[in-house]
Design a protein around this ligand. Structure first.
Ligand code: TTP
Ligand code: MG
Length: 362
């Protein structure tokens, strides 16, 4: 079974936000960064839009050099607070598409769609919906790469910017990669590139055609990793759910809002199962169980139950969740999202089973 992973990356993020808010700049080269002071400024470019990139401008270029190449550009100072807020809004949309969601930077995130999309065609439709939702609600564009591993999805999202969707199917990995420069591989930067070049490796195809032992002899562990990446063997997971010191939670948005109890029940079971895998792995017991429910129109409620002792029992949690949910069963509104949170932890489980039996009979 192959996996379906999305890497989503906003297009020229800071610049896109400024152009959204100042539409008069649309179509002009827009550069976000230090003040150019007519060529005498110090500091660098944070980012620039695609019109500016036509002049060779890019992130981290000294602003004085940028000004020489593109004196007629619109130069703006970054507004970090604003971008942080927009980033949060975008992430809130992205995480509704899968509870296996991982934000990896201010403007990029991974989503695991393996259990949600049946194939790459369905995945593409979901990607289009994501793009539509972000452009409608936030007003900026995002590029999405779809592939069977995280690193390939990241390479793919960069392929058709801006506003692109690029798919690397499991049977097409080598063909897709072979003519690309090795710097397209995440983890090969300007410095390590030189070493690869010196050894006659320039294109990803050169890595594909070199046997692993030789790659490892030349580049050690790093070589081993690169070889895995280009052969689709990066099996890193997309972080499954939110876990911090105090709570573990997961939530899931329905593909379309529902009032079908069986649909809702199976989502609770799925989320609860995932959470408990981690509960077992981390040897956690908990006392508080929280239900989260969001209806169409974004009305959101939480309901909690705190037990008199710590437990670790998947079935028991499901019963409590259904009990808490029964309060809403008369609602005429359809359900958009459900979530479960466990908190009030104890790390070293003791006699939970006895406690549970006692509780059941009192
Ligand atoms: P990136 O995703 O690397 O760049 P981008 O979104 O501007 O452009 P692209 O369309 O190629 O994805 O970085 C996201 C934001 O992070 C970017 O808008 C500005 C900021 N940034 C810096 O401030 N300095 C840097 O050197 C880089 C690379 C990014
Ligand atoms: Mg970006």
């Amino acid at each position: 079974m192959y996996r379906i992973i999305f890497h989503c990356d906003l297009d020229c993020f800071f610049a896109a936000v400024e152009i959204r808010d100042n539409p008069q700049f649309k179509g002009q080269p827009v550069i976000i960064g230090a003040d150019p002071k007519e060529g005498k400024g110090r500091g660098v470019i944070a980012t620039c839009n695609y019109e500016a990139r036509k002049y060779g401008l890019h992130s981290a270029m000294p602003i004085s050099q940028a000004y020489k190449r593109c004196p007629h550009g619109v130069y703006l100072k970054p507004n970090g607070k604003k971008y942080y807020k927009v980033s949060k809004e975008v992430m809130e949309i992205l995480e509704t598409y899968s509870d296996e969601f991982q934000k990896v930077g201010v403007d990029e995130a991974y989503l695991e769609l393996t259990n949600i999309a049946n194939n790459y065609m369905e995945a593409e439709k979901i990607a289009k919906n994501i793009q539509k939702e972000i452009i409608c609600k936030i007003g900026i564009t995002i590029s999405i790469g779809i592939a069977p591993t995280k690193s390939l999805a990241k390479i793919a999202s960069d392929e058709n910017k801006p506003n692109g969707i690029t798919i690397i199917k499991p049977d097409n990995i080598h063909d897709f990669l072979k003519d690309m420069d090795i710097t397209r591989i995440p983890g090969i930067g300007k410095k390590s590139k030189v070493y690869f070049y010196k050894n006659g490796i320039r294109k990803i195809g050169d890595i594909i055609s070199t046997p692993l032992p030789k790659i490892m002899a030349l580049f050690g562990k790093h070589g081993n990793w690169i070889w895995k990446v280009v052969n689709g063997l990066d099996n890193r997971q997309v972080k499954e759910f939110h876990i911090d010191r105090k709570s573990i939670s997961a939530e899931r948005t329905f593909y379309s809002d529902t009032d079908n109890f069986n649909d809702i029940l199976s989502r609770f079971e799925e989320i609860n199962g995932r959470i408990h895998k981690s509960v077992l792995k981390n040897q956690i017991t908990y006392k508080t169980i929280t239900l989260k429910i969001r209806f169409e129109g974004f009305q959101t409620f939480t309901r909690s139950k705190t037990l008199p002792f710590h437990i670790q029992n998947q079935e028991f949690v499901l019963n409590i969740i259904l009990d808490l949910f029964s309060e809403f069963s008369g609602s005429k509104k359809k359900v958009r999202l459900v979530g479960i949170k466990l908190s009030n932890f104890e790390r070293n489980p003791k006699t939970r089973q006895t406690n549970l039996i006692k509780y059941a009979f009192t």
